[in-house]
Design a binder for this molecule. Structure first.
Ligand code: HEM
Length: 164
């Protein structure tokens, strides 16, 4: 019975701590989670391009896959080719299963530094959207112009036919 009371007191204590720590105006819970995440620059990651020390970037997350090299069903060569660099594209091209994606968590070491991130995904969306609307314009414009030309030529033909 007494054991049940202790955790309650501990929770209250931690709450008081939290309130004191939060005097800076920043939520302590957010502060703690952010400080646990390590950010690595591309330069730092590129140094881990060895078979004994292999890091990969996939979707802006950094993975130390050294121990996974031999286990990879796709072979270690493909992983070593990407060692120390961004393997997002090749990882996605293969169409890895959900199991493969879940495996990534085991090798997670941190995040790619904000400075080295590229928002390629956004660009692709814009390109796709603009090319879609562009192609619809072309699809309509060419037959419309062709129809107009044929119509005008037909009128000229009729006029000439009537006058003669
Ligand atoms: C750490 C990241 C990676 C993990 C955890 C991983 C995991 C896996 C797993 C579990 C499979 C079996 C099929 C599946 O479940 O989808 C697989 C297959 C494969 N992986 Fe990866 N993979 C990773 C990175 C890569 C990269 C970067 C490449 C390419 C450069 C690649 C190329 C392949 C290929 C070609 C196969 C097919 C093998 C076959 O079907 O014969 N993988 N991977």
């Amino acid at each position: 019975m007494g054991e049940e009371l202790h955790p309650t007191i501990n929770i209250k204590d931690s709450l008081i701590h939290t309130e004191n720590g939060g005097g800076n105006g920043i939520l302590p819970s957010e502060d703690t989670s952010e400080s646990n995440v390590k950010y690595y620059t591309l330069e730092e990651i590129q140094a881990h391009n060895l078979s004994k020390d292999t890091w990969l970037i996939i979707h802006d997350k950094v993975y130390d896959i050294t121990s996974f090299l031999e286990e990879h069903p796709g072979g270690e060569e493909v992983l070593l080719e990407q060692a120390g660099s961004d393997a997002t594209e090749s990882f996605e091209d293969v169409g890895h299963s959900t199991d493969a994606r879940e495996m990534l968590a085991q090798y997670y070491v941190g995040e790619l530094h904000m400075k080295d991130r590229k928002k390629e995904a956004n660009k692709e969306v814009f390109i796709t959207t603009s090319s879609d609307s562009g192609s619809s314009w072309t699809t309509w414009l060419i037959p419309a112009v062709a129809a107009a030309i044929v119509g005008i030529m037909y009128r000229f033909y009729l006029m000439e036919h009537k006058s003669s």
